[in-house]
Design a protein around this ligand. Structure first.
Ligand code: IMP
Length: 455
């Protein structure tokens, strides 16, 4: 069977930990979108590993696949593999020949466009990894795929077509001088070497074929989504989105397996929910507690909107970007967002993480709905402008005392404080989806598992 792990909010919901928890039975973990903009921390045998591209399952001896829907920066890929090898691991990573390649000029252009947009406060707040420009080239039918790297002639021909366009864009449109990142010979040499290594280490696969064979052989496959539903290019709050589909449909198009494999009788789709909200980068956040100065166009510094509480939650939850180190904006859980997410992904279950971070507060809020133009909305409006105009309608809950997460994890759901259970059950009822597991502490073992979707 397959289990797809999807971020139900804005990314950083703790997907890596869930991949770990449900992953014991798993043979193959495949990513289906995104690139080295993702950041996941995996703790294995007491060691902490920070990865941005390699699927987190690869740390635990699973086969990791980067599907065709991914964008691959080979320099990051090999840095991560080398670092894992230096620490005594032998990760088995396969890369789809149909995945698109991130080149240095994509990163430079990502920065140039953000800079240009920032003049009017319109920047997306990207991770600067060249993700958007690479997907742009894919959609513009001028991208270079991983499979193209292995033929020196094909690679040169494609670079000769695309690089002069990129140089002209940087120099003539944006007035920025270009350097080695736009030098065809240098790029050809560097990427030819990556291709040699990909080939020598037998990493290249046709992802759909490879995964279908493994499923056929009776193996268990997990699809590991990166980012989250609200930064999905179709279902997120455009334009403050990443350029791929983190939603469950992406697991089909981004691997080459049919939608029935992802969401049929043998497929579970698990939404990962953080018990509060965080957001890196720009865009609306109606239940926000306070903005990080400069990060949100409509935030007025010094307004004092629950700043202290936001800082407390940010610090308790370690809410600083894995890739960029940026402080994350913080808000209360937003059900209008989660209803949208549950529908767009077809969740069969959810995991609610970080219940421990909220422990010790007198009261905890959940955004039950929005108010907009005198009406109550129970889901997110389609335009970002209307979403930004939404006022949250809150439901207030009694807070719960700090608890010993190891004890709760061992004794199970019933050992959770009653107030925390009331919070969880309210979310389950509103979404009509069961909570398969609850994160009650930062460690893998600090999880209350009620249902393992593989069993
Ligand atoms: P990009 O993916 O680098 O193009 O960034 C586009 C938007 O997605 C920005 O708002 C980023 O902050 C956000 N983003 C990208 N990757 C992640 C992630 O792994 N977690 C949370 N936000 C992310």
């Amino acid at each position: 069977m397959t289990v797809t792990i999807v971020g139900s909010q804005l990314g950083d919901e703790g997907k890596g930990g869930v991949v770990d928890i449900f992953g014991d039975a798993v043979d193959v973990v495949a990513r289906y979108q995104g690139g080295d903009n993702a950041g996941h921390t995996v703790v294995h045998e007491g060691e902490e590993y920070k990865l941005s591209l390699v699927p987190s399952g690869a740390v635990r001896g699973k086969t990791g696949v980067l599907g065709n829907g991914c964008v691959v920066n080979p320099s990051t890929l090999f840095e991560e593999i080398d670092a894992l090898q230096e620490r005594g691991l032998d990760p088995d990573v396969r890369v789809a020949r149909r995945a698109h390649v991130i080149f240095p000029y994509h990163r430079v252009l990502d920065g140039i466009e953000e800079e240009a947009k920032s003049e009017d406060g319109e920047e997306v707040g990207t991770t600067g990894r060249g993700i958007g420009p690479t997907y742009e080239d894919k959609a513009g039918r001028r991208g270079i795929r991983v499979g193209d790297l292995v033929s020196e002639d094909v690679l040169r021909e494609k670079l000769e077509y695309v690089v002069p366009q990129k140089r002209a864009l940087a120099e003539d449109v944006f007035g920025v001088e270009t350097g080695e990142a736009f030098d065809i010979d240098a790029l050809h040499e560097e990427y030819r070497e990556y291709a040699e290594r990909l080939r020598e280490e037998e990493m290249l696969v046709d992802a759909g074929e490879f995964l279908a064979e493994r499923l056929e052989a009776g193996e268990e496959v997990m699809f590991e989504g990166a980012q989250g539903t609200l930064i999905d290019i179709d279902h997120g709050n455009y334009p403050y989105v990443t350029s791929s589909n983190p939603t469950a449909g992406g697991a089909s198009t981004g691997t080459g397996l049919g939608p029935g494999v992802v969401g049929g009788d043998d497929g579970e789709i698990v939404g990962i929910v953080k018990a509060y909200l965080t957001r890196v980068g720009s865009g609306p956040l109606p239940t926000e507690l306070a903005g990080v100065e400069g990060d949100t166009p409509d935030y007025t510094p010094g307004e004092g909107r629950e700043e202290e509480l936001a800082t407390y939650i940010r610090d308790e939850g370690g809410e600083y970007g894995t890739v960029t180190g940026r402080p994350r904006r913080v808000g209360w859980l937003d059900l209008a967002m989660l209803r949208h997410s549950t529908r767009a992904n077809g969740f069969t279950g959810v995991v609610i993480n970080h219940l421990d971070v909220l422990a010790g507060l007198d009261e905890v809020k959940i955004g039950r709905a929005y108010e907009l133009d005198g009406e109550e909305l129970d889901t997110i409006p389609a335009t970002t402008e209307r979403w930004a105009a939404c006022e949250p309608v809150f439901e207030t809950f009694d807070g719960w005392e700090a608890f010993d997460s190891e004890v709760v994890a061992e004794e199970g759901y019933e050992a959770l404080p009653a107030e925390a259970k009331a919070y969880v059950e309210y979310v389950e009822d509103e979404l009509g989806v069961p909570a398969y597991a609850l994160g009650v502490g930062p460690g893998r073992e600090e999880t209350v598992v009620r249902t393992n979707p593989f069993e």
